[in-house]
Design a protein around this ligand. Structure first.
Ligand code: M6R
Length: 364
């Protein structure tokens, strides 16, 4: 079933161009270059507040989507991990939209949060990969990802498919709210349709990333930095590395470095910087300088322009294709997944079934 791949995780990483294309095709209409959602019977334009709840990697997809919902639809977003959400007695206005993101659709904390929201008058939207799951059955608006079965405990293809659906939902909500013109909707759709090819290009760096993995195998800690919509990718990169290679890793918003974690930096701590070039890049470069000035070794994941500007003096660079910012989180997910994967392979851990973890967490 793994075909030519050594692990399910590796197979699932490489499936992403195909499954993201599959997922997008059920949300984007090529004929008129528009977003189309499944049928539902509430008024999306009337939604004044969005609550997003999920766990783990699905939560990080939600963090990326928060940027999109706020940027495109101008809807305030409240987001929390499911295990915290219910216990803080969240303020839920009648008729608000609550969005749950889950690969399995069975995660106990997320399901409990969903039921709590239902009891408190929320409309329930669910982005889920298993269409027969409990969460799918309880949704008012069911938004399936078409990633196919995900076997590796570390979530990979489910994440990028979740991002694809969430981008489509954010754009659709923006259209309904009159925040995106028809022309802008076309642009968003066009960029989303570029994602599968860009994911393929990103996957072409597999060998380079495999070659740098031994640099990480002896290290105890790794920091991941990103900002804006790429900050959640720093969190995701750190989670992937921790869960399959057992190396301690932390994701930080680049600008937060100097508020504490910079004390950790010495020449034994690699710092992975996730930074496509763009308006915030200058700031990221100065954060990198701070790291380097303290002997830290930077691995820069950026595009050609970013690497040209800031690549010198890095321990390594990984060059991503030039992509529109909207699809950057999907594309930059690939190198962080591959890096974690290859480091785990070098360390000889059980990649698909890491210790202490289950694919579906059905206890609270
Ligand atoms: O099935 P779910 O998406 O609800 O699962 C949520 C988390 O348990 C899951 O993403 C977990 O963090 C992964 N092992 C991360 O790779």
């Amino acid at each position: 079933e793994k075909g030519n791949y050594r692990h399910f995780m590796q197979k699932e990483i490489f499936e992403q161009p195909t499954v993201v294309a599959q997922t997008l095709s059920s949300y984007l209409r090529r004929e008129d270059v528009s977003v189309a959602l499944p049928q539902f019977d509430f008024d999306l334009s009337a939604i004044r507040r969005l609550t997003i709840v999920a766990c783990g990697t699905s939560y990080y997809a939600g963090l990326v989507a928060k940027y999109w919902f706020e940027k495109f639809a101008r809807v305030p977003v409240d987001i929390d991990v499911a295990s915290e959400f219910r216990y803080r007695d969240p303020v839920l206005e009648e008729g608000g939209l609550a969005l749950f993101i889950s690969q399995s659709g069975e995660t106990a904390d997320t399901l409990a949060a969903l039921r709590h929201c239902k009891e408190n008058g929320q409309i329930i939207a669910v982005v889920v990969n298993v269409p027969t799951s409990s969460m799918a059955r309880e949704a008012d608006l069911l938004l399936p990802t078409h990633a196919g079965p995900e076997i590796g405990v570390a979530s990979t293809k489910a994440f990028t498919c979740q991002l694809a659906v969430l981008a489509a939902l954010a754009a659709h909500m923006a259209v309904k709210k009159g925040r995106l013109t028809r022309e802008e909707e076309r642009e968003v759709v066009t960029h989303l349709l570029e994602a599968p090819a860009a994911l393929n290009e990103a996957l072409n760096h597999d060998d380079d990333i495999a070659a740098m993995a031994p640099l990480f195998s002896q290290t105890r800690d790794v920091l991941y930095l990103g900002r804006g919509q790429d900050y959640p990718l720093a969190l995701e990169g750190a989670l992937k590395l921790k869960e399959i290679s057992y190396i301690h890793a932390e994701g930080y918003a680049s600008g937060e470095m100097k508020h504490g974690p910079i004390a950790l930096i010495d020449d034994d701590v690699p710092v992975v910087v996730i930074a496509p070039s763009g308006p915030l890049f200058e700031k990221t470069v100065s954060n990198m300088e701070e790291v380097r000035a303290r002997g830290g070794k930077v691995v820069l994941i950026s595009d050609a322009a970013g690497i040209k500007q800031a690549g010198e003096g890095c321990l390594a660079t990984i060059e991503m294709p030039v992509v529109h910012p909207l699809i950057a989180p999907l594309v930059y997910a690939i190198p962080v997944q591959l890096l974690a994967y290859h480091v785990a392979v070098v360390k000889g851990t059980d990649v698909d079934q890491p210790r202490n973890l289950a694919k579906s967490v059905t206890v609270e």
